[in-house]
Structure formats: C-alpha cells, structure tokens
Design a protein around this ligand. Structure first.
Ligand SMILES: C[S@@+](CC[C@H](N)C(=O)[O-])C[C@H]1O[C@@H](n2cnc3c(N)ncnc32)[C@H](O)[C@@H]1O
Length: 249
C-alpha cells in the first residue's frame, strides 16, 4: 500500500498463506487500493512471469527476515526474484542486510539453558540437547556484552551476487573480563542510503529481538583477548562455532 500510495502503477503482493492473503485482500479493499494492488496467493518460487506478473518489476519490497536473519529463506527467495521476476536495475528494499554479533556473558535470559548443576548434581551432559540458537529477551548491554560488535555476515541483495552458502573464520576483540556463554546476534537492514534499522540489544526496538548462539560451554575471556569463531551459513541458517581464544590485542 505504501508503494501504491507513492505512485506505483501496479503492485503485486505475494503471500503463500491463504488466510493471510485473504486478510490482505480485505485490507487492500478497505484502504481503496483494489484497482492497483493484486494479491497472488502462492509461494514466491512458483510465481511466473507472464502468468502472475505481466512484466518484470522495477521494485521489490519484502519482509521475509526473522530474528536470526536467514530463517524465512530470504536468500533463495531474493535470488529467485532477481533471476525471474525483476528488471536488471530493479530496486530491492531492503537492499543490504547483515547479521551482527558480540560475545555475551551468562545472564538471566540464558540461565535456563545453563543446567550444569541442579540441587548439587552435575547435569552437564544435558548440555548436548541445547538448541543451537535461543531467543533473547532484554538484557543490560553494559553488564553482559563482553566484546566489540562485529559483522558476522553481510549480504548485498541490491548489487552483489546472491550467495547461498559460505564460511569464514573471524576474530572478535574482547573488551570485558567474563565467561562468554555464547554469541549474541542481531540484524541490520539498509532500506536506502540513509535509512537503517538495527536492533542492537541496547537499542529501543519493538520489532525483532536478538538471538543467542550458545557455545557448548562458557569460555573464560579477558579484556584484550582475541576470540576466534567460525561463521558458516547456508540458505536458511547461520552457524557459529567458538574456535578458542588467542593472545592480547
Ligand atoms: C514476517 S511476515 C511479514 C509481515 C509483514 N511485513 C508485517 O510487518 O506485518 C512474512 C510473510 O511472508 C510470507 N512468506 C514467507 N515466505 C514466503 C514465500 N516463499 N512465498 C510467499 N510468501 C511468503 C509469510 O507467510 C508471511 O506472511
């Protein structure tokens, strides 16, 4: 509706869930955009040029980003749209997306996953059943963030080739002594040159909340250490693995 209101000649809205698509049609009608917006109720990857879309589009606006960035399959979906449905110079919004991260110490939001000792019994073998990523509520940044933030993954949908997998090793500068329980991850979306949304844990945000990639066990760190991690992604997940701590920065 924003695109239609801003003057787009024709808007095709793609929604795979039938009930959501029905509600979207109702909303479009209520707001008087029936003659400009058409809802195609199918999976984007089965939308066909010449059938669902009369010509390739000039603009793609999407929100298929979850808290962990990749879980709603944004990479393959944008790749499909670029290949089949968009003009070569089409504008993509958001055009660049990133996963950002920082080391996080043990805190109340993570306590329920820290089941080493209960009533004096060592239950640490249950650690192997931890989910690899867990949702994080609000935490105090000053108290719990142990490192500088880093870009874990940066995807340029607008200008770059859309890659569906990759792996790299990186180092993170530790700035507080503590025990790193995992890597806190949040997202940054660039909508245009000036407009950026980043749900850093310290930022007031009503939208996505950060997630935490739990380490198999907490790693003691000291200010000045370099913490090594492996960052791997496929078309749906980001995998973080701690690789140890090296000397002073
Ligand atoms: C995160 S929601 C968007 C919410 C909306 N932008 C808002 O702010 O209220 C993503 C929507 O995209 C739809 N969706 C996800 N993957 C899709 C796909 N492959 N094809 C079509 N629709 C899809 C989901 O059903 C869901 O309704």
């Amino acid at each position: 509706m924003l695109a239609a209101r801003a003057g787009a000649k024709e808007v095709i809205s793609c929604e795979k869930e039938t009930l959501v698509a029905e509600a979207a049609r109702e909303i479009i009608e209520r707001n008087g955009f029936n003659n400009k917006i058409r809802v195609v109720s199918k999976d984007l990857e089965s939308v066909e040029l010449g059938k669902d879309l009369s010509e390739k589009a000039d603009l793609l606006v999407s929100e298929i980003i979850d808290n962990g960035l990749l879980g709603e399959r944004v990479i393959p979906l944008i790749k499909y749209a670029k290949k089949k449905l968009l003009k070569r110079d089409a504008l993509i919004v958001p055009g660049q997306v990133a996963a950002r991260g920082a080391l996080v110490g043990a805190n109340s939001a993570l306590r329920k996953y820290q089941i080493d000792s209960v009533c004096g019994f060592d239950l640490s073998p249950f650690r192997r059943f931890y989910p690899p990523t867990v949702p994080m509520g609000k935490i105090s940044v000053e108290e719990h963030i142990l490192s500088d933030p880093v870009d874990l993954l940066h995807l340029d949908f607008q200008s770059g080739p859309v890659t569906e997998q990759g792996r790299r090793l990186m180092e993170i500068a530790v700035r507080e002594d503590g025990r790193a329980a995992g890597l806190l991850q949040w997202i940054r979306l660039r909508f245009d040159h000036d407009l950026i949304l980043e749900n850093h844990p310290g930022a007031p945000s009503k939208t996505w909340s950060p997630v935490c990639h739990l380490f198999p066990e907490p790693v003691p760190v000291k200010k000045g250490d370099l913490f090594h991690i492996s960052v791997e992604f496929d078309d749906e997940h980001l995998y973080i693995e701690p690789k140890g701590v090296a000397g002073k920065t």
